[in-house]
Design a protein around this ligand. Sequence first.
Ligand code: SF4
Ligand code: SF4
Length: 406
Amino acid sequence: MADYHSVRLRAGLCTGCTACVTSCPTEAVRVYGQKAEILASRCTDCGACLKACPNHAKTGKVDSIKDLDRYKYKIALPDPAIFGQFAPEVEPQRVLGSFLSLGFDEVFDVALACDLVSEKIKEKLKESKSPLISASCPAVIRMIQALYPDLIKNLVPVEAPLEVAGQLARQQAEKRGLLSKDIGIFYISPCPAKVTAAKNPVARNKSSVSEVLSIVDIYGNILKFANMKNQKTLELKATGKGYGWARAGGESIAVGTTNNVVVDGIEHVTKVLSEIEIGKLTNVDYIECWACVGGCVGGPLVVENPFIATVKIRKKAEKLNKQQKINLSCVDQSIFDWDDGIKPRQVMSLDNNMTVAISKGKKLQEVLEKLPGYDCGACGAPTCSAHAEDYIQGTIKDTRCVFKND
Ligand code: SF4
Ligand code: SF4
């Protein structure tokens, strides 16, 4: 599982149109043949290329509902983004209950983990002097590892709700006498980055989550069950603020900070991270970053338009704001800790040997001078410099700029 990626190419659907090439924030896509290629070392699974492809040739690989059969005891972990997918009259209680009809034995509401994580982040905010960056969006974490390694120290060292929910659900089931091998924990995800976070976590050795299903794949069944007259409902244990995490800005509200910046959409996130890197935003306490526009409701694996889902989840969350207080001391505090520190990912090196790297750097400069600097993507690389680098590294035999005269 060394370099697992959820975002994949369905080569049969790819026409080589290059629409995805310039959408990638980490320059991970090339189209040098007839088909796109994703460079695994650079991909963060943000899903931007998936949204950009007009032919649905990029996809987020998820597990299947048939995987329920592999476990004796099945626990669903629905991401709060799911509640924004349904009409106002479809209450979260009915949505949670519908998972029992779908074949699950138990439901652990991830919104409750959001509440717990919020309380833990509040503690970290009291201790910190520099701006803390939310560690909730796995695509943002991977982008920081790859492009902004100096900002790893700013990530708030608290496990994301996905993992906290998985660990709590597993711990509680084991306390009731179930064997770990019999328990299947299924995250219901709005995005491919969370699939990768469960299959190949960055801050822990192994995730508690066993399988990941997408919201889009189970939506139809859940809607059918939720609309049934006698559908079982489940009591809500989370607060409205926990559900509010599904949309950009909801996490900051739950954390209780007003001296914060909320940024969504991967291209905006890169701009804000660049500003922090050069020493700006030092007067801000918390920076909430989401790769998708609107936050998790804007993930590529959801059904509803993110702007409509945002309103739906906000209204539902506001209705529930009077729920009970969250008591952090009831849970084992180690579930919030990372197993490992988050390490940089080396993606932009010409060579490990410094002398060779300098020589390649000179050649790269010479090639670049002959390219127009339009960064149009027509050659199959996202920028002229990425194209020159591919040439220097031997990935391509010649440069093929459509604007080049010589
Ligand atoms: S998922 Fe994101 S990082 Fe990976 S290739 Fe697509 S756009 Fe690039
Ligand atoms: S956008 Fe990328 S993946 Fe989609 S058809 Fe065009 S080249 Fe292929």
